[in-house]
Design a protein around this ligand. Structure first.
Ligand code: ADP
Ligand code: MG
Length: 897
């Protein structure tokens, strides 16, 4: 009954309809004209907003529906009015009512529903109350009110309990029945208050002591509530019936006390329905793709609605205030509420600017029912008696005016914070419990895995340590045994060699003992190799065990680390063992080699030169050429050149010496040279020269280089790697004749390379060669002489081919005096080289003058006469004869060849 509510704005259909009502009323059925929606739910058609508490913004127009119900004649009327016709005539099919003025005149009124005296309670409920109840279930407020003269059936229509005859049940019981059927016991709740309004006082029919309840209006929403009233929760129909009975009893008691009748008070039953619903899922189209939607989950909402059932006091009081038997005060008060209701309805029907809601408690209580947001149905009850025609007419007019009141139905929803919080709490609780359970399970599992890992780690560790220790001891013992045996063999061999030296006639140099020794050593080595393989296998096994374990175990990092360290130790040990094996092998190689050498010497009766390649390159071991490998080569294959070369960098000086010897011996064999160079042996040997620390090493390295330097390709490599200057430095440093012999031999070999002439000179090679004559050892001198001869030969070849001209570099470097001086050396090899050198030098006119001045001519002449070799004699003669300068000098000196 809000003053600012929506109203029927036409204002054309006032009062009685003569002729029948305008088309808009005619067309309206009693059932609401809410927008069509599924399952009869006006609320679902409405847009929800996200505010915490709200009503729907626009609302749905909903006119107050009015039905008229005629009570059948009662016994008294049947007799008293037997001769008179009813004052009304109903045309229910046309929803019209004719009110007879007299026998020939009547007025016709149209209602939303016209219920005859035969209308059943069920039908009355269905057409009057059911739509309202359904709206309430949907979340709207609803009002069903009975208006009419006392005795016309208001209480009969609304309040009958129908205890004996369920078909007699009135709207209150049927409404509750319907509500109970439709709500959920888990999520929804229903409570009722039952009140009586009498003389502007609100009494609680559920608690008679509570007899002055005040009305509270929410200034923000305009909602009316009675906080003082008792609210009783309803769980089933039975409890509701009891409540109604109780209320009725209290009403009678109260009225007796107040000395009045029920018909003078208004009875108001309020049913509060609270329902939990889920908001709609909101689909939001994305910008890119209109067809795909992001769906927001529904929000928990609570709908609070109220069904107000009002059994008004008899309407006759409106007209007959101060009627007999009543106090003036009472009459005024009773009239106040009803007349205020009439005024408000008039104002609303006429679209009046002022609606006097505040004039009475009844209008205040019903402010939402008329002109507000509730769906309202009014049933006006009339009696048939022509004696009460006036009352009936006034009731009909009241109903007609009420039909013009337009409400704006609005649903009211709130976020169900409580239930949301409750739900979230339960969910949270569940999650916490689950989390705790999972954490506990996880902790247990971790502990179990840790324990298992620890056990496994210690087990593996134990096994590993045992195995390692065993293996280590075994290897150590085997190794020591091997070394001992080798030493014994070595001593034995040495003794044998000495003995063989003296007894060479007997033994003829063919010591079968050597072969046996070698066979024994070989066996030892094989055993050693086998053991090493076994050890490797064991280590690999343990490694894979460790790997598996590391995969499986989550914990035990420290143990694994320890294990890894142990493993690394083991690998280190294994490496050492391998190194030792290589050393052993190479020692054996060396021994074999020496034995071989010894045998050769014995066979030759020679001096036992360990480096055969130098004096006579062609005298190298040539066994390999005969198609089968020498024992040395076979061993070399077994050990592998890389491993021997690695030993050159060993930390152990003895190992280094030993290794360099092996390399030198191998380098003496042409077949091995390429492999040695490919494996970087040459570079390693040159490095040894550079980082000179031990004379033996230097000597042997130089020897090996000398042997390698026999090959042309290697000569160039030596040059490229700075070998000439390294050899030159060694030549000037060294004192040991054997070292000098090796260095001289190496340089001599380089001197035989046509391409190296210039570099040899520029890097001091020739100077170094000549410098070495300071050592008078014939072996050294022999190598120097060979170098000079080689160099002279190359120069001569180049000059003949026109590649070079001018004086010999040897003469430039001051070699001539020593050449001349050595031409008569006692040692045949020296002499032979010098003689050749002189011949080569003499072949070129550019050298002739210096040679003559240096006394070389005399030597050449001597060669033509004294040289033991015929070819050299004739070479010298030819050379001298072909030179103009020599010839003229010989003529001058009167020398004849
Ligand atoms: P009110 O509440 O309007 O004063 P009641 O509901 O007390 O009227 O009705 C008065 C009497 O008429 C009651 O005895 C009631 O049983 C009877 N009555 C009312 N309406 C009907 C009806 N539609 N059919 C039969 N009896 C009725
Ligand atoms: Mg009554």
């Amino acid at each position: 009954m809000a003053s600012n509510g929506y109203r029927n704005g036409t204002g054309t259909n006032k009062g009685a309809i003569k002729p029948p009502a305008s088309s808009n009323i005619r067309s309206s059925s009693f059932k609401s004209r809410l927008p069509p929606s599924s399952n009869h739910s006006p609320g679902s058609a409405l847009r929800r907003t996200s505010s915490a508490s709200f009503t729907t913004a626009a609302g749905v127009p909903g006119r107050v529906r009015v039905a008229v119900r005629l009570r059948p004649r009662n016994a008294e009327e049947s007799t008293a009015d037997a001769d008179f016709a009813d004052c009304v005539e109903l045309q229910p099919e046309l929803k019209r009512l004719k009110l007879r003025k007299n026998n020939w005149e009547s007025e016709t009124y149209e209602f939303d529903e016209v219920l005859t005296e035969f209308a059943s309670q069920k039908r009355v409920y269905e057409v009057v109350a059911k739509p309202v109840v359904e709206s309430v279930l949907d979340g709207y407020n609803g009002t069903v009110m009975a208006y009419g003269q006392t005795g016309t059936g208001k209480t009969f229509t609304l309040g009958r309990l129908g205890e004996e005859d369920t078909s007699a049940r009135g709207i209150m019981v049927r409404s509750m029945e319907e509500i109970l059927v439709n709500v959920s016991r888990e999520t929804d709740s229903i409570s009722v208050s039952y009140l009586q309004l009498y003389m502007e006082t609100i009494q609680d029919l559920l608690d008679p002591a509570n007899d002055n309840i005040s009305i509270v209006e929410d200034p923000r929403t305009g909602d009316v509530s009675l906080p003082g009233a008792t609210h009783v929760e309803i769980k089933d129909e039975q409890s509701f019936l009891e409540l109604l009975r109780l209320g009725e009893a209290h009403r009678i008691a109260a009225n007796t006390k107040l000395n009045t009748e029920s018909s003078r008070s208004h009875a108001i039953l309020m049913v509060h329905v609270k329902r939990s619903v889920l908001g709609e899922e909101v689909a939001i189209p994305t910008e890119s793709d209109k067809s795909s939607h992001f769906v927001k989950p529904p929000k928990p909402l609570v709908r609070k609605s109220k069904l107000v059932l009002v059994d008004l006091a008899g309407s006759e009081r409106v007209q007959k205030s101060g009627s007999e038997g009543h106090m003036l005060e009472e009459a005024k008060s009773i009239n106040l509420s009803l007349s205020a209701l009439g005024k408000c309805i008039n104002a609303l029907a006429e679209n009046s600017a002022h609606v006097p809601i505040r004039d009475s408690k009844l209008t205040r209580l019903l402010r939402d029912s008329f002109g507000g947001t509730a769906r309202t149905s009014l049933i006006v009850t009339i009696g048939p008696s022509p004696r009460h025609r006036g009352e009936t007419a006034s009731t009909i007019l009241f109903g007609q005016r009420a039909m013009k009141v337009e409400n704006m139905l609005r649903i009211k929803e709130e976020f169900d914070y409580k239930s949301l919080a409750r739900r979230l709490e339960i969910q949270l609780d569940k999650l916490i419990a689950e989390n705790e359970r999972q954490q506990k399970a996880f902790d247990d599992e971790v502990e179990r895995i840790n324990l298992e890992a620890q056990n496994r780690v210690s087990e593996v560790e134990r096994n590993f340590t045992d195995a390692l220790e065993k293996e280590r001891l075994k290897c150590q013992m085997e190794y020591m045994e091997s070394v001992k045996k080798l030493e014994e063999k070595m001593i034995e061999n040495q003794q044998k060699h000495q003995h063989d030296g003296f007894m060479k006639d007997k033994c003829n140099g063919e010591g079968p003992g050597f072969c046996e020794d070698i066979a024994v050593i070989k066996k030892l080595l094989e055993k050693e190799t086998h053991m090493r393989k076994e050890a490797e296998k064991e280590v690999n096994k343990l490694k894979s065990q460790l790997g598996q374990h590391m995969d499986a175990g989550a914990g035990g990092d420290a143990e694994i680390l320890k294990l890894q360290i142990a493993l690394e130790d083991e690998v280190h040990q294994k490496k050492k063992l391998e190194e030792e094996i290589i050393i052993l092998r190479s020692q054996m190689l060396q021994l074999t080699f020496e034995a071989d050498q010894m045998r050769r010497c014995l066979a030759r009766g020679g001096s036992g030169n360990a480096y055969p390649g130098l004096d006579s390159p062609m005298s190298q071991v040539r066994d390999s050429l005969s198609g089968h490998k020498t024992p040395v080569s076979a061993l070399f294959d077994q050990v592998g050149v890389e491993k021997i070369l690695d030993l050159l960098e060993s930390e152990d000086a003895n190992v280094r010496i030993h290794a360099v010897k092996v390399v030198a011996n191998l380098a003496a064999e042409e077949a091995n040279q390429e492999r040695i160079v490919e494996a970087g042996g040459l570079t390693s040997l040159l490095m040894l020269l550079r980082s000179y620390e031990d004379e033996t090493v230097r000597r042997v390295a130089a020897g090996a280089i000398a042997n390698l330097a026999m090959n042309e390709a290697n000569q160039e490599l030596i040059m490229v790697q700075g070998g000439i200057s390294l050899l030159s430095t060694t030549a000037s440093d060294a004192e040991d004749p054997q070292t000098l012999r090796m260095v001289a031999g190496a340089i001599a070999n380089l001197c035989g390379n046509d391409k190296l002439q210039a570099t040899l000179r520029s890097e001091g090679g020739i100077k170094a060669l000549l410098g070495m004559v300071r050592c008078r050892h014939p072996d050294v001198l022999s190598q120097v002489a060979r170098g000079i001869a080689n160099f002279a030969k190359c120069e001569s070849r180049a000059s003949t081919n026109g590649i070079r001209s001018g004086r010999s570099l040897l003469i430039d470097e001051g070699a001539l005096p020593w050449i001349v001086q050595s031409a008569n050396n006692d040692a045949a090899p020296i002499r032979r080289h010098i003689e050749l050198a002189l011949c080569h030098l003499a072949q070129h006119e550019a050298n002739a003058k210096d040679m003559i001045n240096g006394g070389a001519l005399w030597e050449l002449v001597r060669i033509t006469r004294d040289c033991s070799r015929e070819d050299i004699r004739s070479l010298a003669r030819r050379t001298l004869n072909s030179s103009l300068l020599f010839r003229s000098e010989m003529r001058r000196l009167r020398i004849e060849l």
